[in-house]
Write a protein that binds this ligand. Structure first.
Ligand SMILES: C[S@@+](CC[C@H](N)C(=O)[O-])C[C@H]1O[C@@H](n2cnc3c(N)ncnc32)[C@H](O)[C@@H]1O
Ligand SMILES: [Zn+2]
Length: 287
C-alpha cells in the first residue's frame, strides 16, 4: 500500500485519536502523524502506525509464529460462539450500528475484523502492543491498526462508544478516559473451564495450577455496573494440527520449553468464557 493512500484512509480516524505522550490531537503531514506539541510518528507502508515506538518488540512473547497458530485456530471457528455473544450485545445497545469501537489488545485483529464486517457503519480501531500482531492484522484494511499500549491509549477523551477487551489486561482509568459517558466496555474473561484440557496436561509444570476468575469479577464490579453477563461454554474435537496450534498459542504454556510441548496431544478443547457488558462508574478504584 502506498503511504499516501494509507494517509488518506487514516484521515477519517483522526478525530478519535490523540498523542499517547501528551494527549494532544494529531494532524497528518509528510507521511507522519504530528501532535500539536510536536511528537511525530511515521506511517508504515504496511498500513499501521506505531504509537509505542519505545516498546522493545524483540522481547514480545506474542510473536509472528504464535499469531500464525492463532489465525488457524480462529479460522477453525472455535471462537465464533464468543463472537456471536459480542455481536448480539452490541446490536442490542447500538441497533443502528454506527458506533465507534476500539479492540484493545486486538492481536491479529480477528474480532476487529468481525466488528467491521458485521457492523459496516462502525468506525473501528485495533490496538495492540505487539507489532507482529498488528502487521498481520493489516492484511485486512477495514479498520485503523495501531501499535499502542493500553495504559497510554492513543484515543481521544470520551471518543469511543464501545471498548472490546478479550482475554487482555485492563486499565480502567484509561478505559474510563476514552469511553463516552454512555459507552460500553465489553470484557471477555476466561471461565474456570477455559482450555481445561491444556491445564490438565501441563498442570504439574504450572505455577497457578487452578484458575478461578472470582477475583477478576470482583474487581470489575468495583469499576462499573455489570449490565449483562453471557456465558459461552463449548467443547470441540481437535485434529492433531489443531492440538499443536492450541498448545502453542496460549500464555498458559509460555513458561514451558518447546520440548515440553512436543509429544503432548489434546483430543478436545473447551472454550469457556464470560462476556461482561459493563458501564464504568465515572470514578473507580485506581487500576
Ligand atoms: C491473550 S491475547 C488476546 C488477543 C485477542 N484479544 C484475542 O482474544 O485473540 C492478549 C493480547 O494483549 C496484548 N497486550 C498485552 N499487554 C498489552 C498492552 N499493555 N497494551 C496493548 N496490548 C497489550 C498482547 O500483545 C496480546 O495480543
Ligand atoms: Zn504529543
Amino acid at each position: 500500500m502506498k503511504v499516501s493512500a494509507f494517509a488518506r484512509q487514516l484521515e477519517t480516524y483522526l478525530p478519535g485519536m490523540c498523542c499517547p505522550k501528551c494527549g494532544q490531537p494529531f494532524s497528518l503531514a509528510n507521511a507522519q502523524l504530528r501532535c500539536t506539541s510536536g511528537h511525530c510518528y511515521d506511517l508504515s507502508s504496511k498500513g499501521y502506525v506505531n504509537l509505542a515506538p519505545g516498546h522493545d518488540q524483540s522481547r514480545e512473547k506474542y510473536d509472528a509464529a504464535l499469531f500464525d497458530s492463532r489465525s488457524r485456530i480462529f479460522e477453525g471457528g472455535f471462537y465464533l460462539p464468543l463472537w456471536r455473544a459480542i455481536r448480539e450485545c452490541i446490536a442490542q445497545h447500538f441497533p443502528v450500528g454506527d458506533f465507534s469501537a476500539a479492540d484493545i489488545g486486538c492481536g491479529e485483529g480477528w474480532y476487529t475484523r468481525r466488528l467491521t464486517e458485521d457492523f459496516p457503519a462502525s468506525r473501528c480501531y485495533g490496538i495492540d502492543l505487539s507489532r507482529d500482531g498488528i502487521q498481520r492484522a493489516t492484511r485486512h484494511r477495514a479498520a485503523c491498526w495501531l501499535v499502542g499500549d493500553l495504559k497510554h491509549l492513543p484515543l481521544a477523551d470520551h471518543s469511543m462508544d464501545v471498548l472490546l477487551d478479550v482475554l487482555t489486561p485492563a486499565d480502567y482509568a484509561s478505559f474510563r478516559r476514552v469511553l463516552k459517558p454512555d459507552g460500553l466496555l465489553l470484557k471477555a474473561i476466561p471461565g474456570n473451564d477455559y482450555l481445561k484440557e491444556i491445564r490438565g496436561l501441563v498442570k504439574d509444570r504450572l505455577r497457578n495450577q487452578d484458575y478461578d476468575n472470582a477475583r477478576v469479577l470482583e474487581h470489575l464490579s468495583a469499576q462499573g455496573e455489570i449490565l449483562q453477563r453471557v456465558t459461552v461454554h463449548e467443547t470441540f474435537p481437535l485434529s492433531p494440527a489443531q492440538s499443536a496450534d492450541f498448545l502453542r498459542m496460549t500464555p498458559m504454556t509460555f513458561s514451558l520449553a518447546e520440548g515440553d510441548l512436543s509429544g503432548l496431544a489434546l483430543q478436545e478443547i473447551t472454550i469457556h468464557m464470560e462476556l461482561l457488558a459493563v458501564r464504568l462508574h465515572e470514578k473507580g478504584d485506581a487500576a
